[in-house]
Design a protein around this ligand. Sequence first.
Ligand code: PNS
Length: 165
Amino acid sequence: MRLAVYPGSFDPITYGHLDVIARARDVFDQLIVAVLINTRKAPSLDADVRAEMIAEAIAEVLGPSAAAETEVITFQGLTVDLARTRGASSIVRGLRALSDFENELAIAHLNRKLAPSIDSVFFMTGIEHSYLSSSLVREIAAFGGDVSAMVPSSVARRLVPDRHA
Ligand code: PNS
């Protein structure tokens, strides 16, 4: 049984993340999507809300069986500790472009130092998602822009700015 964790901020989940989830599901028997309860950067959405949005997005885009089979959790602390606790052999991350590589390489090497038996596995997102980032989605949504090509409708709905606030 090959179990992997896919950690991230997912603030919010995008079609790029969903592409990685779909690819990882094809390779691993079981995937846990793990939302970081961020202590360093202040996320725009609460971790529980981000996890709820991920579960809805998986159901909408990848179907109900993918949603039933993919565990979505929140976590604090080190990704390798989570992987160890859950018995995962791999940490999944996505690569959109060369610019992601340097940072991901550093994280992967540090994680390997901390936990030599856990490997990092990278999936290249589809080229159509290579420009997508959660921060740009947040910015566009905050100014009332159309994010329907970037996130599923279940996510877009939650990003609509409250004009009466
Ligand atoms: O979606 P992000 O913000 O690029 O995800 C970054 C994440 C959550 C994968 C990374 O910050 C992480 O693993 N944080 C948990 C703390 C940890 O394990 N740090 C050591 C990695 S060097």
